[in-house]
Design a protein around this ligand. Structure first.
Ligand code: TRP
Length: 365
């Protein structure tokens, strides 16, 4: 069994294996029931733990919460947009939203200053969340470095019920003091909404990429170990796949050519799309004969995740590509147009969302 390292930059290749090894459950019936979220409908959100608790709360209109943490480094790109859309969707289903900037983690593990982290959290993340549709009035937002006593007390208490060897088994041998602090802080992020001071025990879901599963497993164990003291309900989770980089391979914050940021100039974004890797053949003749390979095409991936919400329209593009009647040049132009339109509309909203983002970051917590 391979361990997953949430601090490594490797991507998770084999989702099936991951599910088998770590007990992540498939979406099953929820894929149909919650098909109104594109990422669920299309299998991009591929797994879950205890989603039944959340499902029940939604169906019976009982209280539940969502907790999410952002890493305040780099630009807010289309990989992050996927999570933001999921958060907003859960908010519209009735979740109390808890969101933190992981600035302790970014300081101790990545060496990012608190000042830079603060700016990134507000201008990149919060402003884009709000522009995408998050209701800032129904959001509890905090910085890991600047929050309430009960939260820090919980984090420190958690250390009592996890051994050093256990942490090494979960996170690997190059465990550092900073990683231990980050892991316990993240567990406190996820569990503290269930403290009496923050609304009390209730189902809570954490939307994550598969790389965060070690944290989820640790936190679920801790929830159980403190269940008598705090009546914690083990947190639920959803797991999403990662988008590829525009050139194929990994999407990486350190390589701007690999992603489109939501603050990219629309024209620049269009140019990135024109340079992206496609599933095209070596020559036009060959492509007309054999058809393209949408499964290997970054343009198709952009449609699938973000730009084409209508399943019929997506299927039509897929069919034309496979049949060799839609060629890459034309397809890229179409994609660039959709992207430029999305970005210019979004960026207008982001400008006015900035004010709300700043206000929320200053709000008393
Ligand atoms: N570790 C997460 C990351 O690298 C950030 C994070 C901090 C987080 N606390 C969290 C994510 C709680 C989910 C839930 O992106």
């Amino acid at each position: 069994m391979n361990e997953i390292d949430p601090w490594a930059s490797s991507s998770v290749e084999d989702y099936e294996k991951l599910m088998r090894d770590f007990g992540i459950q498939p979406m099953g019936d929820y894929q149909g029931r919650y098909s109104d979220l594109r990422y669920i409908r299309r299998g991009i959100i591929f797994g879950q733990r205890d989603l039944g608790r959340i499902d029940e709360a939604v169906q019976k209109k009982k209280r539940f919460a969502l907790m999410t943490g952002l890493m305040p480094s780099g630009k807010f790109h289309f990989g992050h947009k996927m999570v933001a859309d999921e958060i907003i969707w859960f908010q519209q289903k009735g979740a109390d939203i808890f969101s933190c900037s992981a600035d302790i983690e970014s300081y101790v593990v990545r060496g990012i200053s608190f000042e830079d982290a603060r700016k990134t959290a507000i201008e990149e993340y919060l402003a884009n969340y709000i522009a995408l549709g998050l209701d800032p009035e129904r959001l509890s937002f905090w910085f890991q470095s600047d929050y309430r006593t009960e939260y820090y007390r919980l984090r420190d208490m958690l250390s009592k019920k996890v051994t050093f060897n256990e942490l090494k088994a979960i996170y690997g041998d190059d465990l550092t003091t900073g990683k231990i602090i980050s892991a316990l802080t993240q567990a406190a992020d996820i569990l503290h909404p269930q403290l009496a001071e923050f609304g009390g025990p209730r189902p809570l879901v954490v939307p994550v990429g598969a790389d965060q599963d070690p944290h989820i497993r640790l936190t679920r164990d801790l929830a159980q170990r403190f269940s008598e003291e705090f009546k914690f309900i083990p947190p639920s989770a959803t797991y999403h796949k990662f988008m590829s980089g525009l050139q194929g391979g990994k999407m990486s914050s350190s390589n701007p050519q690999s992603y489109i940021a939501l603050t990219d100039e629309p024209k620049d974004a269009g140019r990135k799309i024109m340079r992206a890797k496609t599933g095209g053949r070596a020559t036009v003749e060959e492509q007309k004969k054999l058809g393209g390979i949408p499964e290997q095409c970054m343009i198709y991936e952009l449609y699938l995740y973000h730009l084409v919400d209508d399943d019929r329209e997506l299927k039509e593009i897929y069919g034309k590509c496979k049949a060799g009647t839609l060629l890459c040049g034309e397809d890229k132009k179409h994609c660039a147009q959709l992207m430029e339109k999305f970005l210019s509309e979004h960026q207008k909203k982001r400008d006015s969302a900035l004010k709300d983002a700043r206000r929320i970051a200053e709000r008393k917590r």
